[in-house]
Design a protein around this ligand. Structure first.
Ligand code: CDP
Ligand code: CDP
Length: 230
């Protein structure tokens, strides 16, 4: 049976990557974190002192780098910039503050989208991001638009940061999240937007496993349209 592609979009900290990873695991599909690709380019630009306003320079930089993902057993997926493991570095505050700017340029997006489409060519991919259902995989068999209130999302990121020993206050995190969501939703090229045929899933009051269960249910119905959800 041909494997499907599953697109998961939504604002920062809605739970996309946590849930996409689990859904991919359950299905034996590949998980692709497109945000990590934009973060890796941002990290490379900062490390190489490339002007973050310079679209041409960012595009040239991207054309010259490899971004790869490595999953070993049950371990967390590692992200590589050429041969450098950047899994932790791409989550720094500096990268987080600059990634929406780097992601706003058409030439950057064009190259990223081409790479993402190529990975999903044969199906069997769960991809999360901002423009997956609208631009990268407009023909994806299942499209989810995941949301949660800004307060809940900031609180989630806060708890995650505390566990990592990071000290940004909840107020700063909330502000940064709102700023990033605004930039991502208002940019002219592929803004964060629900695809017309996407199913909206509000995870504000749902546990992770409950959201995973709901998505697996949606996929099941897609595979066997004559069944109904319980
Ligand atoms: O995990 P978090 O919600 O912080 O964000 P992410 O998924 O790692 O994405 C980081 C940033 O990359 C987003 O705020 C967007 O600016 C950009 N991005 C994008 O423009 N398009 C995508 N498909 C994925 C991410
Ligand atoms: O990928 P995205 O930025 O949308 O979010 P994430 O990194 O998957 O999730 C952000 C945080 O929210 C993680 O610490 C998740 O464990 C947590 N989360 C949650 O508490 N409840 C959910 N229903 C979904 C995610």
């Amino acid at each position: 049976m041909k494997k499907m592609n599953i697109a998961i979009d939504g604002p920062a900290s809605a739970g996309k990557s946590t849930i996409a990873k689990k859904v991919a695991e359950q299905l034996g599909y590949i998980y692709l974190d497109t945000g990590a690709m934009y973060r890796t380019l941002t990290y490379a630009a900062l490390s190489n002192e490339v002007d973050l306003q310079d679209e041409e320079a960012l595009h040239t930089l991207l054309k010259g780098i490899r971004i790869t993902f490595l999953t070993a057993g049950n371990e967390m997926q590692r992200v590589f910039l050429n041969d450098e493991d950047v899994t932790d570095s791409i989550r720094s505050e500096e990268v987080t503050q600059n990634v929406s700017l780097v992601s706003s340029f058409a030439k950057v997006r064009e190259e990223m989208v081409a790479r993402q489409k190529s990975i999903a060519r044969s199906g069997g991919v769960v991809m999360d991001g901002r423009d997956i259902g609208t631009v990268v995989l407009p023909d994806a068999e299942v499209k989810i638009f995941m949301t949660a209130t800004a307060e809940e999302r900031a609180l989630r990121r806060y708890k995650e940061n505390i566990a990592k020993g990071m000290t940004t206050s909840l107020e700063e995190l909330t502000e940064d999240m709102k700023r990033r969501d605004h930039l991502d939703s208002t940019r002219s090229v592929s803004p964060l937007k629900k695809a017309e045929d996407a199913i909206v899933l509000d995870s504000t009051h749902l546990e992770i496993d409950e959201v995973v269960k709901q998505i697996l249910g949606i996929i099941e119905v897609r595979l066997n349209p004559l069944q109904t959800l319980d």
